[in-house]
Design a protein around this ligand. Structure first.
Ligand code: PMP
Length: 402
């Protein structure tokens, strides 16, 4: 019932926001967090599923891709490409260069998850994988097995065998490791699609310790939370997560080019070192994505102070919102520039989503928790953008009928 309600609200909102009427999107022009549609409507983008971390058309990313496109030789994995090599160096140096020294490139988040699952199985000779209840890791068949929401899994079972889910509670961990040996633990430091749930640092560390005690690899899915979305370069760092691999995607190509990465220890990466043909995909390391990625990583670092300031404005503003609308907003939670506003019910959240769209503010629903709306402002948003988003949210909440 609740899901149907939010779904019923979703398609008209998308139609409203993006001008889609079954035939495709209209032209949009914009910069930073702003979009202008061809019919003149202005939108403030605090949604876009974490892709537009650098806003629309970040000039450095656009310039880098244009330069690469004009200079790019026809390049295959056989010939290699210097831009791809530079990107590999840049990603490793940016993440945890002392431990995570290897990188594999994919084109989307699910790709990175598939690669990590294969590496863990090959490197350990084991087949079991543990994920966390509420997790979202993608919808390709392997990644889907690690995704929690039964809505996406049910009609496709049996999925990849050997994948199970542990409740995000320290007391559930020993039982989860009982049985056949585990190859890898896959975890999002803050569950995004699962309703913006920051996992307790104590749970994350206990899960990591148990994994390492059992000889299992820890894979941090930072596809949504990484790249300073949550403040630090990687969201898990503050919680003491020292994973054997970090997965990046979404904003890695600056919102311009699709690209994802598995940044791994040499030990986990070993199957690929021994035989690079173990896991390949034709466009892996594509130079346009690599050029975008190099520029995006530099831009993310340059914008870090702006992100900290925005994060403080957002946290204070959303806490105020929860205080002013206690019957409507049951909780606000988040880190940095990833916040969830939980409403009293899914239909209420659906209604608010629609009204925000009408008022020109784009936010994301959560795929697994329809009562939660997700705010994902870009690092380039201004103080005025944040103030406007908060005041639109407040006005829409104030106008929700009892
Ligand atoms: N992992 C996480 C944490 C995600 O948020 C997503 C996408 N929402 C994915 C994996 C899958 O990425 P993609 O949609 O690019 O395949």
């Amino acid at each position: 019932g609740a899901l149907a309600a939010v779904r019923a609200h979703l398609s008209p909102q998308l139609a409203l926001l993006y001008g889609m009427n079954g035939t495709g999107a209209v032209e949009a022009d914009g910069a930073g967090a702003r979009l202008r549609l061809s019919d003149g409507r202005r939108l403030l983008d605090f949604g876009s599923y974490a892709v537009t971390l650098l806003g629309q058309r970040h000039p450095d990313v656009v310039r880098a891709v244009r330069r690469e496109l004009e200079a790019m030789p026809v390049s295959t994995r056989v010939l290699g490409n210097p831009t791809t090599a530079r990107f590999a160096r840049a990603v490793v140096d940016w993440a945890e260069p002392d431990r995570l020294t290897k990188v594999w490139f994919g084109l989307n988040g699910s790709d990175a998850v598939e690669a990590a699952l294969k590496l863990a199985r090959l490197a350990t000779g084991r087949t079991r994988v543990l994920a966390v209840e509420g997790a979202y890791h993608g919808k390709s068949l392997g990644a889907l097995a690690a995704t929690w929401n039964p809505r996406y899994r049910r009609s496709l079972e049996p999925l990849l065998t050997g994948v199970s889910h542990v409740a995000p509670d320290v007391s559930a961990i020993p039982e989860a490791f009982a049985g056949p040996e585990v190859a890898a633990v896959l975890v999002e430091p803050v569950q995004g699609e699962g309703g913006v749930r920051p996992l307790d640092p104590g749970f994350l560390r206990a899960l990591q310790d148990a994994a390492h005690a059992h000889g299992a690899f820890v894979v941090a899915d930072e596809i949504q939370t990484g790249l300073r979305r949550c403040g630090p370069r990687l969201a898990g760092t503050d919680s003491g997560l020292r994973p054997d691999a970090v997965l990046l995607g979404k904003a890695l190509g600056g919102g311009v080019q699709p690209v994802s990465a598995v940044v791994a220890t040499a030990e986990l990466y070993r199957p690929l070192t021994e035989d690079p043909f173990t896991h390949t995909t034709t466009f892996s390391g594509h130079p346009l994505g690599a050029a975008a990625g190099i520029a995006a990583l530099a831009a993310v670092e340059e914008l870090a102070p702006r992100g900290d300031r925005l994060a403080a404005l957002l946290a204070a503003g959303l806490e105020g919102l929860a205080r002013r609308h206690p019957a409507l907003v049951t909780e606000v939670r988040g880190r940095g520039l990833l916040w969830g506003v939980e409403f009293s019910s899914a239909p209420v959240a659906g209604h608010v989503l629609m009204e925000l769209g009408r008022a020109g503010l784009v936010v994301s629903p959560c795929l697994g928790r329809p009562e939660v709306l997700r705010l994902l402002p870009p690092l380039v948003a201004t103080d005025e953008d944040a103030a406007e988003a908060l005041s639109v949210l407040d006005a829409v909440c104030a106008a929700v009928p009892d």
